[in-house]
Design a binder for this molecule. Structure first.
Ligand SMILES: CCCCCCCCCCCCCCCC(=O)SCCNC(=O)CCNC(=O)[C@H](O)C(C)(C)COP(=O)(O)OP(=O)(O)OC[C@H]1O[C@@H](n2cnc3c(N)ncnc32)[C@H](O)[C@@H]1OP(=O)(O)O
Ligand SMILES: CCCCCCCC/C=C\CCCCCCCC(=O)OC[C@@H](O)COP(=O)(O)O
Length: 292
């Protein structure tokens, strides 16, 4: 008897569920079509999260396309060109104008170590704008596990280091010094070792400079101007804006030994800090709190 009731109720129950599903779908549609754009325009925070989510999601999606193309060559630094080509358009999607100064300082045939400041994952845009041929970044090991992006990075020869194990990281970087010379590869390092949006530069880690001294190749400092006019993680602000990327003249390491590394590190950091402060002062004066 009770099973008959259940049977009889089933079509009714499913009809009700169906109607509910329909209304949930309609509700979702309303949210998407009306609430979403309104929220996006009204809430700076919502806009920030949407833009960051799209940024990461879009990179993960592009990586799906990049993987089979890169896989043809296998793990190869030439694949970095594929990633660069696929990422170059993102600045247009986000209305970020990138001005590059000092291109001539990259006119060096031999390998070199590029060192640059690291404000956020948006640095990828400035990096891809100027990335020289056969140049691979050094990245934290965790990035290797960032889904499709990790695999694309691995295929492009990105050098992964374990920041928690200094000895391992040092041995990976020593290997990199040999590879640079044997295979004519350039390496890009963020010597601050972590993202820093403080408006200055953190103390530099020494690995990049040991690498350059071991390989006896120049260090080329690159400075990206502060994003604070258009991006701030703390305030959850992300608008359109402009960034200047300055490529500074190379600093020779010829004849230097490991003992000279602390000095070299300080010297390069000083040059970068000067350039960074100069660029910050050059920023076109915007009204405080600038429009979103
Ligand atoms: C279309 C689809 C696209 C998909 C998507 C594409 C994305 C394609 C782009 C990806 C782009 C990624 C971008 C990621 C960006 C980051 O992941 S940033 C984080 C990773 N980078 C770094 O950490 C920077 C490099 N780090 C270093 O150089 C650090 O020195 C090390 C090697 C990790 C060691 O760190 P530490 O122990 O914390 O610090 P440190 O004081 O520097 O060193 C300790 C001692 O070791 C010595 N030492 C350091 N290195 C050496 C060395 N090589 N030889 C001898 N002694 C050394 C130091 O001199 C120091 O000794 P003392 O001088 O005090 O006696
Ligand atoms: C199935 C797994 C899905 C994983 C999803 C991961 C989402 C990540 C999506 C896309 C990756 C974009 C690649 C951006 C490359 C920029 C790398 C970056 O900026 O790393 C930060 C690192 O320098 C310093 O890290 P910390 O500041 O010390 O922390």
């Amino acid at each position: 008897m009770s099973s008959n009731v259940v049977k009889a109720a089933s079509p009714l129950a499913s009809a009700v569920t169906g109607a509910m599903e329909l209304s949930v779908a309609q509700w979702l549609l309303v949210v998407c079509l009306v609430a979403f754009p309104l929220l996006y325009e009204w809430s700076v925070t919502f806009k920030y999260f949407c833009k960051m989510a799209f940024y990461n999601g879009w990179i993960l999606t592009l990586a799906i396309l990049a993987i089979p193309i890169c896989a043809v060559r296998g793990r190869n630094v030439e694949n970095m060109k594929v990633l660069r080509f696929m990422l170059l358009h993102i600045k247009y999607l986000y209305g970020i104008k990138i001005e590059v100064r000092g291109w001539e300082n990259f006119n060096i045939k031999e390998p070199y170590v590029v060192v640059s400041n690291h404000q956020s994952s948006l640095d990828l845009l400035g990096m891809m704008e100027i990335l020289p041929g056969r140049c691979v970044p050094i990245a934290k090991r965790e990035l290797m596990y960032a889904g499709t992006a990790g695999l694309a990075c691995w295929l492009a020869g990105v050098i992964f280091i374990n920041r928690k194990k200094t000895d391992d990281a040092i041995s990976v970087m020593s290997e990199a010094a040999e590879t640079m010379l044997k295979e004519d590869v350039r390496v890009w390092v963020f010597p601050e070792g972590t993202r820093n949006h403080s408006g200055s530069l953190l103390a530099f880690k020494r690995g990049a400079f040991h690498l350059a001294v071991q390989a006896q190749v120049p260090v080329i400092p690159v400075v990206m101007s502060s994003y604070k006019d258009f991006y701030c993680k703390k305030e959850k602000k992300f608008t359109t804006g402009k960034c200047t990327v300055r490529i500074l003249p190379g600093v020779s390491t010829r004849g230097l030994s490991p003992d000279d590394v602390p000095d070299l590190t300080d010297r390069v950091r000083g040059l970068m800090l000067d350039a960074f402060s100069q660029m910050s002062n050059e920023r076109p004066g915007k009204e405080p709190g600038g429009g979103h």
